[in-house]
Design a protein around this ligand. Structure first.
Ligand code: 28F
Length: 645
């Protein structure tokens, strides 16, 4: 910018673009980092660390440090080449300043590197800068240490030399303090960062990521480095499961600038845990690498099963679902110009990757089966078991269909349906307990709200196969009411309600039934979860009464806030406080007002932030092994309140 004769500040068009960019970010942060909740706050760190990961993918960095400082600022530093500090040829300002003030300047590599954060996924450091009260960046390069400071994204100093360093000491260090005026939550969760960077360390076996929590008296430090790479990742995912063969199968291949790495191990569980990545980005919607991988393993398993006469010529082929039952696998590809598609841009679209993956997996897995007949046989037996169980489920399904076809309507008797037939307007409350079911039926708006009271013994599907689900008197009414089938037959276009709301008591039993239902939805109707149809009703925890005034409060934090705002004292007997334990304690009117009325209720949408962690929590809480569950309960016991046993 320049000062003109009557000393007004004049900006050139590049600087105006910078100002407009940063203003856009601060006005709508959610557009750039998803939300300004705790999730958005943690996303800031991921963006900065992604730049270090990029530098490691380019082959110049193998150490990354992340430090949580006492003032709630975060420091990240790497031993990469250090951001260039010279003047950017086009923008005529230091490149280091471009990276931190020009939106989407993150796409730093042209052809040679594997872009991770740049372009689509990486909003880059400039967004983090715009959302920070301040940011300071230091670059060690060419024997000098350069530094620049920014406030709310705008440079408040130039790029200054603040010292010398060894010629061979290079790297970038970024410290930033999230803007409390933008983020509701500005306290970082160390565990969340550990989980995320553990995944990064698995995916990048050459990198060591050191996390330091320096906010408390004693410093907490953890070093994440897995030279076993994605094989260690598979072992980590399977640590609470029962593998059926001792070693993780691993192979990799590089060709024409494309890289593929696969690690896989079967367990005795019934669900599939295949996670895929393209240039370190989790491709949760799959894509061409997953298509190639699935085609190949189905072909290799069928061919080998026939070769060892476990499948007769006349037998039909094992399906993809049979072959993937109980499979934990990581499929990683690296390519120069990834095309991301799908609803959340997490589906890989590059066609060349499908044939590359299919041919490599076919060749490598065939070889591994030939060289390890014992392991191959164990895997074939597991897939045959699944095939037979699926056949049994199909027969059970046929039977159920025939049976339900005999009944007048195939809707469960206890379902109080709604009159509107447009699924996008309708919602179904799955209510535990007949008393609550009664008040819910009375209190609801029958135009668009259906009620399905649950009864009978709920099934823990984590330990049950598909055929058991059909026979379960608690789950089959849910399946029939939703109308979309489940498992391989799930068809969301037939879903009768676009909001499926679990409404359970605010006590241990309610939490248990909710967890069992969520396990079923996650394991057998995952697209229902992924498409945001599953919700959890939030009944009030207390009713506070003072004189004529009745106020419903939903948790302890809100209660404390209310008492403080009204300057009420809990000992003031003129104040009464009723703790709701069960939905049945509310009459129909109260239940409607507090929990069902879309204008006044609070419902939580269930979504999967990290599929690896979600699978881990279901395995720990609902799986066969008791030890991991016991450890989990012991670890989290101290943070439980309102436990009524
Ligand atoms: C703590 C966060 O940001 N590390 C980074 C580099 C290295 C280069 C670079 C970054 C913009 C357009 C190139 C160095 N030498 N850690 C980080 N390390 N950015 S960010 O270049 C960005 C320029 O093109 C780098 C040669 N090439 C690239």
């Amino acid at each position: 910018m320049t000062e003109n004769k009557n000393n007004n500040i004049e900006y050139n068009e590049d600087q105006i673009q910078v100002l407009e960019g940063l203003e856009a970010v601060r006005k709508r942060p959610g557009m750039y980092i998803g939300s300004t909740s705790s999730r958005g706050l943690h996303h800031l760190v991921y963006e900065i660390v992604d730049n270090s990961i990029d530098e490691s993918l380019a082959g110049f960095c193998d150490q990354i440090h992340v430090i949580l400082n006492k003032d709630n600022s975060v420091t990240v530093y790497d031993n990469g080449r250090g951001i260039p500090t010279g003047i950017h040829p086009k923008l005529k300002i230091p490149t280091m300043q471009v990276v931190h003030t020009v939106l989407h300047a993150g796409g730093k590599f042209g052809g040679e590197g594997y872009k991770v954060s740049g372009g689509l996924h990486g909003v880059g450091a400039s967004v983090v800068n715009a959302l920070s009260e301040w940011m300071e960046v230091e670059v060690a390069r060419d024997g000098k240490i350069y530094k620049q400071r920014y406030e709310k994204g705008l440079p408040v100093t130039g790029v200054e030399i603040i010292g010398d360093c060894q010629e061979d000491h290079t790297g970038t260090k970024t410290t930033f303090k999230p803007d409390e005026g933008i983020f509701e939550e500005t306290v970082y969760d160390f565990d969340t960062l550990i989980k995320r960077f553990r995944e990064m360390a698995f995916l990048n076996k050459l990198i060591t990521i050191t996390l330091i929590d320096d906010r408390h008296e004693e410093k907490n430090e953890i070093v994440l480095h897995y030279e076993g790479g994605i094989s260690s990742f598979v072992q980590y995912i399977n640590k609470n499961k029962q593998p059926i063969h001792p070693d993780v199968i691993y192979f990799e291949s590089k060709k024409d600038g494309m890289e593929l790495e696969v690690a896989m191990q079967y367990t005795d569980s019934f669900n599939e845990n295949v996670y895929s990545y393209a240039n370190n980005i989790a491709t949760t919607e799959g894509g061409t690498h997953i298509t190639g991988f699935r085609t190949a393993i189905t072909k290799v398993v069928n061919d080998y099963a026939r070769k060892i006469n476990q499948l007769k010529e006349s037998d039909k082929n094992l399906s993809g679902e049979d072959v993937r039952e109980g499979l934990t696998a990581i499929v990683c590809v690296r390519l120069h110009d990834p095309q991301f598609e799908g609803q959340t841009k997490t589906k890989l679209g590059n066609a060349e990757i499908r044939s590359f993956t299919e041919s490599v997996v076919t060749e490598k897995l065939t070889y591994i089966f030939e060289e390890n007949p014992r392991i191959a046989k164990i895997i074939i037996e597991k897939t045959l078991l699944s095939f037979r169980a699926r056949e049994a489920a199909r027969k059970a399904r046929e039977l159920t269909k025939r049976k339900s076809a005999l009944e007048s309507t195939s809707l469960p008797g206890k379902l109080a349906d709604c009159s509107d037939k447009d699924p996008s307007k309708c919602e179904i409350f799955i209510v535990e307990g007949d008393s609550a079911g009664g008040s819910a039926k009375q209190g609801r708006d029958r135009r668009f709200q259906a009620i399905l009271p649950l009864w009978g013994k709920m099934l823990n599907v984590e330990k049950a196969r598909e055929d058991k689900v059909y026979g379960n008197d608690k789950l089959s009414p849910v399946i029939m009411a939703l109308g979309a089938g489940f498992g391989d037959e799930l068809d969301l276009s037939k879903l009768r309600y676009h909001k499926v709301i679990i409404m359970a008591d605010a006590d241990v039993d309610g939490s248990h039934i909710r967890t069992l239902l969520l396990t079923f939805f996650y394991r057998y109707m995952k697209p229902l979860v992924d498409n945001g149809h599953i919700y959890i009703a939030q009944p009030p925890l207390y009713k506070v009464k003072k004189g004529k005034e009745e106020i419903y409060v939903y948790n302890d934090r809100e209660l404390a806030k209310l008492m403080k705002e009204r300057n009420w004292d809990r000992e003031d007997k003129s104040i009464t406080m009723q703790r709701f334990k069960g939905l049945g304690e509310m009459n129909a009117e109260q239940l409607w007002e507090t929990t069902m009325n879309p204008e006044t209720r609070q419902i939580l949408k269930v979504d999967v932030e990290n599929p690896v962690l979600t699978d881990e929590i279901f395995t720990i809480l609902m799986g066969e092994k008791v030890e991991p569950r016991k450890e989990f309960i012991q670890k989290h016991a101290k943070s439980v309140h309102n436990l009524d046993i």
